[in-house]
Write a protein that binds this ligand. Structure first.
Ligand code: SF4
Length: 303
């Protein structure tokens, strides 16, 4: 089946099954092009929470699909590849978090949305990269446990010096690979380029950036800026929407291209199979889901 045939079969099945396809910006371009909604973690969670469709085909990694299932337990949430995991989400497990909480009694836990349902259920609130500062502020606390991304934690901590942060030592290997040197090499050749990075990048990279923001904010920044050339410090999948939404702008990615293999496991044939065979259904243990839902809804209320 060629691309056009696959796309038309996906469209047909979508109608037949009353399904919506939602996709993260890090998806392959051809997957983004069959999606009804493309966005960052916050946008995806919001979209999942308000859709009237019976089936949600979630083109992203497992914690994202789990979040959709938690918010919409009566819907069929499908992930096209059952092993699309997240390196960062795997850097914290419930036993470790429980131990850490015991070491820091009465300190609220803010978890990044890039966590399993179990970790969300053990947290007080979750956040995304676009609302993390407001989420922490909303707690009116003097201390906070923030995890699992140490870089995002540091980025938020720097903006809220009055709060003591207990930072989990996790990171995303895709953003960690973006180095100051690789950015400066590009700047040497293109001194006018604006450096635009995601807060999962290291503090050293963030320090030399002109703008730091979530994927949605990065796209909007490039769109609205007077600059013509941008060094992009996040996963390469974002290039597709930047190119579609901006014209006359050029983007360059640092060497050792930031590419998330887990995100790229979602292919168009797998999206088609998901719709054809109703696979792979996402399920979350009921008790865990109930606790995690409260925590996710707290974040949505802050946003
Ligand atoms: S880019 Fe990083 S945080 Fe995002 S899914 Fe891939 S490994 Fe996880």
């Amino acid at each position: 089946m060629n691309y056009i045939e696959m796309k038309s079969e996906i469209d047909r099945l979508k109608k037949e099954k009353n399904a919506i396809i939602i996709a993260h910006y890090y998806m392959r371009p051809e997957v983004q092009d069959v999606a009804d909604y493309i966005g960052d973690s916050l946008g995806l969670a919001r979209t999942a929470a308000k859709t009237d469709k019976q089936m949600i085909v979630f083109c992203g990694v497992d914690f994202m699909a789990e979040t959709a299932k938690i918010l919409m337990p009566d819907r069929d949430v499908l992930i096209p590849y059952s092993r699309a995991g997240c390196f960062l989400a795997d850097m914290i497990i419930p036993e470790e978090l429980n131990e850490y909480k015991e070491e820091h009694p009465n300190v609220p836990v803010v978890s990044y949305i890039n966590t399993t349902a179990e970790i969300k259920a053990l947290s007080d609130i979750i956040c995304t990269s676009s609302n993390a500062v407001n989420v922490v502020k909303s707690l009116h606390t003097k201390e906070v446990i923030f995890g699992p991304d140490k870089n995002l934690a540091q980025f938020v901590a720097d903006q809220l010096p009055e709060i003591k942060f207990h930072i989990w030592e996790g990171y995303c290997q895709v953003h960690e690979r973006i180095t100051v040197q690789s950015i400066l090499e590009i700047k040497k050749r293109h001194p006018d380029a604006a450096v635009v990075v995601h807060p999962e990048c290291t503090p050293q990279v963030i320090r030399i950036a002109d703008f730091v923001g979530s994927t949605t904010k990065i796209i909007n920044y490039v769109k609205d800026s007077d600059k013509k050339l941008f060094v992009i410090g996040t996963e390469i999948g974002i290039a597709h929407q930047i190119r579609k939404k901006t014209s006359g702008k050029r983007i360059i990615f640092p060497k050792a291209t930031p590419l998330c293999y887990n995100m790229k496991t979602i292919t168009l044939p797998r999206v088609l199979s998901a719709l054809k065979k109703d696979q792979f259904k996402v399920s979350v243990d009921k008790k865990t889901a109930e606790k995690a839902k409260i925590v996710i809804e707290r974040m949505l209320a802050v946003s």
